[in-house]
Ligand binder design. Structure first.
Ligand code: SOE
Length: 383
């Protein structure tokens, strides 16, 4: 595994727990953790359960005792590490967004196709696909339980940047993160829309805004928010991404991604209205899927609050008795399970690098649309 911050911790926990709760076809060995500082990497390795430490990922991707490389670094390093690992015949898991630019994503997807022909498989870490309630939503839509998809409304709302004194971090630096709310969290709701509806976003009309142009330079880092000093530096990414979209069927969709929504901590909200019903989800109540069936008797119809903790629900048979819910970290465990099972079967895991590329194409279109204001129609002010 390369990197050991927030995502590295989430992935490490998943690699350790997955074989203890699921019958995996392979038993993952947490062999080597890569970090630039030998001391800090060694400390992280001890805590997270990795056997060894390396300071240069290039040495690791060539090693005979490494089968899979898990990339948990900021986006500016994804393309280089992933393509080198695939070329060395390793399976690859890469955090989202897959890349910082469309060109990098195209290179990575091409490398993944070539490597797959040689048996090296790859996956993008869109972990929310593995929330049981969202996997159930996808199954219900695929089974036609809400009919044809008419409209999608998707939001990803956080508030860890709403305070203008929240310090800078790599997530606010375009060179390292590629974009702001758009790629960090907007990418998740684009991927979830692709996943749940089985359709792709084919066009957008977008607005990107940066509300706070300068912030204190960080003197220490936290999982998301560190502490700041007296010096200030520029924010070079968007704080908010709002866009209208068309899906491949022609259905309209709306998207909003922001880290400025006070009071919303990790509110991934997605609602899909179909011709025969609807599904609605909010990650802040992640064990629940709301389901509306338009065929119900109008006198008693309403959204059913389905507690997605039954053994019949996706992933749930391996966990606790019904009603004993799951949390954020379990999505990463399920990701490991699906990845290891696909690798053992020699099948392409999903989301593939081509799925990651499809999301990257949307992010790129959003940036181009916002920059051109091409579809922005001013309201007649009557003057
Ligand atoms: C920060 O906004 C972040 O950590 C994202 O980078 C993750 O992808 C998301 O799961 C939680 O929020």
């Amino acid at each position: 595994m390369v990197g050991y911050a927030f995502m590295g911790r989430a992935h490490s926990q998943a690699w350790r727990v997955a074989p203890r709760f699921f019958d995996l076809p392979h038993d993952p060995v947490m062999q080597v953790l890569v970090g630039r500082s030998p001391e800090r990497a060694a400390q992280a390795a001890r805590r997270l359960g990795w056997a060894e430490v390396e300071t240069d990922w290039r040495r690791v991707v060539e090693r005979d005792d490494v089968d899979l490389v898990d990339i948990c670094t900021p986006g500016d390093t994804h393309a280089e590490i992933a393509t080198a690992a695939l070329a060395a015949g390793k399976h690859v898991l890469v955090e989202k967004p897959m890349a910082n630019t469309l060109a990098e994503a195209e290179t990575m997807a091409a490398a993944a196709r070539a490597a797959a022909a040689q048996g090296a498989l790859s996956m993008v870490g869109f972990s929310y696909r593995r929330v049981p309630a969202l996997a159930l939503a996808r199954d219900l839509v695929a089974e036609g339980r809400i009919g044809e998809v008419r409209q999608v409304r998707a939001q990803y709302l956080q508030d860890w940047l709403a305070d203008p004194d929240a310090p800078l971090s790599w997530r606010l630096d375009k060179a390292r993160a590629g974009s702001g709310a758009l790629g960090d969290i907007g990418a998740h709701i684009v991927d979830l829309t692709h996943f749940i509806t089985g359709q792709r976003v084919v066009g957008v009309s977008a607005m990107l805004d940066t509300f706070v142009a300068e912030r204190p330079v960080a003197t220490s880092t936290g999982a998301l928010r560190g502490t700041g000093g007296a010096d200030r530096g520029p924010v070079t990414v968007d704080d908010s991404a709002v866009f209208l979209a068309r899906l491949s069927s022609g259905a309209p969709a709306t998207f909003e991604a922001t880290r400025f929504a006070w009071g919303r901590k990790n509110a991934i909200r997605i609602e899909v209205s179909g011709t025969a019903g609807a599904i609605a989800f909010d990650f802040e109540d992640m064990n629940v899927l709301n389901f509306f069936d338009a065929a119900d008797d109008a006198r008693t119809a309403g959204f059913r609050r389905v507690l997605v903790t039954e053994p019949d629900h996706p992933y749930m048979a391996a966990w606790w008795p019904a009603g004993h819910g799951l949390g954020y970290e379990h999505t990463f465990v399920h990701q490991v399970v699906d990845l290891v099972e696909a690798v053992a079967a020699g099948e392409q895991p999903t989301p593939s690098f081509d799925d990651g590329l499809a999301v990257q194409r949307v992010l790129d279109a959003v940036e181009r649309s916002a920059a051109s204001h091409s579809t922005f129609t001013p309201v007649d002010d009557g003057g």
